[in-house]
Write a protein that binds this ligand. Structure first.
Ligand code: ADP
Ligand code: MG
Length: 254
């Protein structure tokens, strides 16, 4: 491959993890993770509890620090350099299991806080954007309420809208539906499916919602004990799992 072609191939990836290793003290939590994510790709990460899924995606925006190997975001290695980190954190949105909304702020203020204070967006513009995304997640009528007045499903949709207000290139989801009552799961998944089907957004979703994986994932990754054990298209992954560990995992959740 020519040097130019090699660079083009590298630039194709919005996120690269190269021999990524992380320890918590003596505990080796991520072991030689290699994962290249293309711009616009939708990836589902699954695996047993404790396998390192949250740690892996938290490393991407440096909420956790890795000790060995590389994470490269848009061609630039993540080193903890504060300037790069600021750029990464505004380009990479994250939704957690617990929504982490500010309880003392209205929904509107939750959505406009970062755009106004971090991005220096004028208030009126930030509010117009916030309303656009509240409409997209189908709760424009909740703008003046406080998080505690909303259901869990509504709060999680607010959390998604809040991330989208920063116009991220990548969205990370860490089990966004696992703390919700069953009847609220689909209203959050519907929003995620819409986002995925619009295209353009790179998405990494830790979830055990296999219906979601089948519907929108380009690739499913299975982790166990800090390693990527298997990765494949949803079709192959679910119908023809290769490793025994994947087979066992699937037999327990499906
Ligand atoms: P998963 O999201 O797949 O359930 P995690 O990434 O949360 O897994 O955790 C992987 C392993 O690392 C678990 O054994 C967990 O107990 C451990 N772990 C997670 N966070 C910490 C931490 N801050 N300090 C020490 N150990 C941790
Ligand atoms: Mg987790």
């Amino acid at each position: 491959m020519s040097e130019a072609n090699k660079n083009a191939a590298v630039n194709d990836y919005i996120i690269r993890m190269i021999n990524l290793n992380k320890w918590y003290g003596d505990f080796h939590v991520l072991k030689d993770i290699n994962l290249d994510v293309k711009q616009g790709e939708r990836i589902v990460i699954c695996g047993p509890s404790g396998s390192g899924k949250s740690t892996l995606i938290r490393c991407i925006n440096h909420l956790e620090e890795h000790q060995k190997g590389q994470i490269v975001i848009e061609g630039e290695e993540l080193t903890g350099d504060i300037k790069h980190l600021e750029k990464v954190r505004t380009n990479v949105g994250m939704c957690f299991q617990h929504f982490n909304l500010f309880p003392h702020l209205t929904i509107m203020d939750n959505l406009t806080l970062a755009p106004i204070w971090v991005r220096k967006t004028p208030k009126a513009e930030a509010e117009a954007t916030a309303m656009k995304y509240l409409e997209r997640v189908k709760i424009p009528d909740q703008a003046d309420k406080f998080p505690g007045q909303l259901s869990g499903g509504q709060q999680q949709r607010v959390a998604i809208a809040r991330s989208l207000c920063m116009n991220p290139k990548v969205m990370l989801f860490d089990e966004p539906t696992s703390a919700l009552d069953p009847e609220m799961i689909s209203e959050v998944l519907d929003v995620m499916v819409e986002l995925a089907e619009e295209g353009g957004m790179t998405m990494l979703c830790v979830t055990h919602e296999m219906g979601f994986a089948k519907q929108v994932a380009d690739r499913v990754i299975f982790m166990d004990a800090g390693q990527i054990i298997e990765e494949n298209t949803p079709d192959e992954f679910f119908n023809n799992p290769q490793s025994e560990r994947t087979q066992l995992f699937l037999s327990q959740i499906i």
